[in-house]
Design a protein around this ligand. Structure first.
Ligand SMILES: Cc1ncc(COP(=O)(O)O)c(C=O)c1O
Length: 393
């Protein structure tokens, strides 16, 4: 009965596969590789508890009062230090705190996309970014990737033929593939953006989750013409439930993004901001990041070993050096969407790959998360999944 009330966008909005599968996660003996959930062991619970009390003692009523759209100064100062570690210098008017980087994606969509505009993204790309962008009805130009990330020549071909607003790039340990953009290609993409006068949205929630050495420099570090909008988050390095992310962008764009954020939520939760600011003042974030890396590196290795052992040789899979995901491609005749339904009977969850293609058309991929399951679950779950795949060869 409500159909007639919906906007076109709401009428077309579909439930996400990740959310659909999350409800199975609580079933007994169910092993989920579907969500992108951090491990609960990665949360610095004791330090956050201390920081929470201290934030109340130090900042009192300000925790619970309305605040500035740009975010609280104490947290902004801490983010500037984190950005310096990533080789990015941010001036005061170039930074905005957001309610997770998901909000930044939504606001960027609102800021830049009119119906019918062209945007470039990686193929495949982050599901919830597709959904955020889709609400503003763009045309997606999805450019192919290989093991070094998006292919610049494909991006350039699009730019020669279409008037593009921005390219959306997840350069580090990408969601869903786990792949990283090579240093050479980072420079190339910035040069191409300069040549064809487009913006780059660089979404980097995973850079610190690097298990085999330092991550590459961000695209923003190569930005000479103020056209990279850099998004990041505390979701993967502290915890996601506090919903804190940030945007580092040229001052004029930051001002516009802040204006649009005001219409959404006035400002990000003050209490969360003071808690994380206090946590960062009193703790070494790099020690926390090292701790997370130690947890996930072992899980990544366990999953790669299990895939090597239990998946049939016909399956391609990425070998990520960081992040939370492995991407697998099965022989073309095996469609992973019906397979994911069948996998539920084997008590296994994964996200079918077609969810990550804004224009559809690829049916044999799967995203497998390794950060949340235990080592034992990884071993058991990948064996179950391998057995299922073998029945389809
Ligand atoms: C590529 C990417 N961007 C953005 C987000 C959103 O993160 P949050 O809103 O928790 O900061 C995620 C979360 O998984 C992600 O994988």
């Amino acid at each position: 009965m409500y159909q007639k009330f919906y906007s076109t966008v709401a009428a077309e909005a579909k439930g996400s596969d990740v959310r659909r599968l999350l409800k199975y996660a609580t079933m007994e003996n169910f092993i989920s590789f579907a969500g992108g959930l951090p491990s609960k062991d990665a949360f610095p619970m004791d330090s956050i508890e201390r920081a929470t009390q201290k934030a109340i003692d130090l900042y009192g009523y300000q925790n619970f009062q309305y605040g500035a759209t740009e975010g609280v100064p104490a947290l902004r100062q801490e983010i500037v230090k984190i950005m310096a570690d990533r080789e990015i210098t941010v001036a005061d008017d170039e930074l905005l705190i957001t309610t997770g980087s998901q909000q930044a994606l939504d606001i960027c969509a609102k800021a830049f996309i009119d119906k019918g505009d062209y945007i470039i993204c990686e193929s495949p790309t982050y599901l919830a970014a597709i959904n955020a962008f889709k609400a503003y009805q763009p045309n997606f130009l999805d450019a192919p990737m290989d093991d070094e990330g998006i292919i610049p020549e494909a991006v350039e071909d699009y730019l020669k033929n279409y008037k593009v607003k921005f390219m959306y790039i997840i350069p580090d340990f990408q969601n869903p593939t786990g792949r990283s953009l090579s240093q050479e290609r980072r420079k190339q993409l910035v040069a191409i953006a300069n040549q064809y006068d487009v913006l780059i949205i660089e979404d980097s929630p995973y850079a610190e989750l690097s298990y085999d050495g330092k991550p590459e420099k961000p695209l923003k570090a190569y930005d000479t013409e103020d056209r990279v909008i850099y998004l990041s988050t505390f979701s993967k390095i502290v915890c996601p439930g506090l919903r804190l992310g940030w945007v580092a962008a040229p001052a004029k764009l930051t001002e516009k993004i802040a204006l649009l954020k005001q219409a959404t939520d006035l400002h990000t939760n003050q209490f969360s901001q003071y808690v994380v600011a206090t946590y960062l003042q009193d703790n070494d974030i790099n020690a926390q990041i090292d701790h997370i890396r130690d947890i996930y590196r072992v899980k990544r290795d366990a999953m790669l070993r299990a895939i090597e052992t239990y998946f049939p040789k016909e399956v391609y899979y990425s070998k990520p050096t960081g992040g939370m995901f492995i991407w697998a491609e099965l022989p073309e005749h095996i469609e992973t969407r019906p397979l994911s339904d069948e996998a539920l009977e084997y008590r296994i969850g994964f996200v079918p790959g077609d969810a990550f293609y804004p224009n559809g058309g690829f049916y044999n991929g799967m995203r497998i998360n390794f950060s949340n399951a235990s080592i034992e679950e990884i071993e058991t779950g990948i064996k179950r999944l391998g057995d299922l795949i073998k029945t389809k060869l």
